[in-house]
Design a protein around this ligand. Sequence first.
Ligand SMILES: [Zn+2]
Length: 77
Amino acid sequence: MATKPQRTIPVHVLGDKRIHLAPPHHGHLKQGRLKTLCGKIAVSEVALFAAADAKAARCKTCFSQVDDFGVMQKQRG
Ligand SMILES: [Zn+2]
């Protein structure tokens, strides 16, 4: 069984201006139950151009888990 690379979307969480990353489940996001990679609840998606802004603060916990393309890296055993 081939494993698909897990893409992520940039999101905001409540009371935090930093950009976080979450799995691309927009239904969950609308329902307010989409969790970021660092375990917080995502409240809204961030526009890609905003997420690409070098000045935008990023959550280190989330961004340490993806590569330059926002794809989750394989866990090393
Ligand atoms: Zn985060």
